[in-house]
Design a protein around this ligand. Structure first.
Ligand code: GLU
Length: 387
């Protein structure tokens, strides 16, 4: 058999997806496992959204959609970005994609030439550097530090800028650190994009999941330089529906839509009608988001106080539903620590592919009973590690 492409051989599969698939498989085999792996709300999609999908299906809205999305949803997106994010975009400056992931994937395909550099703030979501490399770009890591609450230092970012810098990726609230970047920091990063003429990629998929602090969209300061990425998955518990969205300069959005037209054609039509309901039935959606946010806040507090009472170290997250746990009490490195925790019955994602060495990522998008069980198992794993 002829070999695979160099490009695809250089690409690592997603650790978050792989570890979660493994946890689900072990559970299917009957293993009693607490899975803190998936970055996925455990709530069901709200009923009013499911009902809209049923209506679309019955009305025969089952055919291709335009590559950039159905016009009704793009109008609703322009309104959402204006109202919630202060971004003055027109419908033609918005795009609907197959999850937030496709928006990012298409974006890097649309803006990168071979050797173009993209600054990513480490720890980062596992897919950013892989998508950059797949598009021929070079990811350039700039660290954020636990002792600084994983908030980026704009001066450190500035020192990494070169004439080849094409983009900077920011993700606030952050996966995997849970950091919510202060407005001044995002403003400073937007100013760098303007001064040095590179794109700011603002991944705002966790915007509604903030427990302390406020969300700020840096695209308000640098509209011609910013591509804002978001999606229905985290806000409306719609991970499996695969609807993402983006807004930004028209030429970039058009290029991203061209990539869709040659790959997926369009996102799922029924799911787009359901997302339209999620965005426009504000009363029901806001109530759902508020309910979910409160549940995540309680879970975060339960998990953090449990970890602290075991003497374990974790930086307090202000948003999203992840926490990075220092694994030094369990094992010499995060991979072995994740294995020990799995032996104790808790599945977690090792920090390696997030560049969060010496840490594992815990997702607290699971019930309080499961979190309580996980804490008991952490205690067992700790006592085993200490003998
Ligand atoms: N974003 C989620 C996570 O980090 C879902 C899995 C993925 O696409 O990476 O767990």
């Amino acid at each position: 058999m002829r070999g695979l492409s160099q490009r695809v051989q250089a690409m690592k599969p997603s650790a978050t997806v792989a570890v979660n698939a493994r946890a689900l498989e072990l559970r299917r085999q009957g293993v009693d496992l607490v899975a803190l792996t998936a970055g996925e709300p455990d709530f069901d999609t709200p009923e009013h959204v499911k009902e809209a999908a049923r209506r679309a299906l019955l009305a025969g809205k089952t055919k291709y959609a335009p590559p950039a999305g159905i016009p009704e949803l793009r109008e609703a997106l322009a309104e959402k970005f204006r109202r919630e994010n202060g971004l003055g975009v027109k419908p033609e400056e918005t795009l609907v994609t197959v999850g937030g992931k496709q928006a990012l994937f298409n974006l890097f395909q649309a803006i990168l030439d071979p050797g173009d550099e993209v600054i990513v703030l480490a720890p980062y979501w596992v897919s950013y550097p892989e998508m950059v490399r797949f598009a021929g770009g070079v990811p350039v890591e700039v660290e954020t530090r636990p002792e600084e609450g994983f908030i980026p230092d704009p001066e450190r970012v500035q020192r990494a800028i070169t004439p080849r810098t094409k983009a900077l990726v920011v993700n606030s609230p952050n996966n995997p650190t849970g950091a919510v970047y202060p407005k001044e920091v995002l403003e400073a990063l937007a100013r760098l994009a303007l001064e040095h003429d590179f794109y700011l990629v603002s991944d705002e998929i966790y915007e509604h999941l903030i427990y302390e602090g406020e969300h700020f969209s840096p695209g308000t300061l640098a509209p011609e330089h910013t591509i804002t990425v978001n999606g229905a998955a985290k806000a409306f518990a719609m991970t499996g529906w695969r609807i993402g969205y983006a807004c930004g300069p028209k030429a970039v959005i058009q290029a991203m839509a061209n990539v869709s037209s040659q790959s997926t054609t369009s996102p799922d039509t029924i799911a787009q009608w359901a997302t339209l309901e999620a965005l426009t039935n504000r009363e029901s959606s806001q109530a759902f988001i508020a309910m979910a946010r409160e549940a995540y806040r309680r879970r975060r507090d339960l998990l953090l106080s449990g970890l602290a009472s075991l003497g374990l170290k974790a930086v307090r997250p202000s948003g999203a539903f992840y926490v990075l746990l220092d694994t030094s009490p369990f094992a010499p490195d995060e991979i072995r620590a994740a294995e020990r925790l799995l032996e104790a019955g808790v599945a977690v994602v090792p920090g390696t592919d997030f560049a969060a060495y010496g840490h594992v990522r815990l997702s607290y998008a699971t019930s309080e009973a499961q979190l309580q069980k996980a804490l008991e198992r952490f205690a067992e794993a700790l006592s085993r590690a200490q003998v």
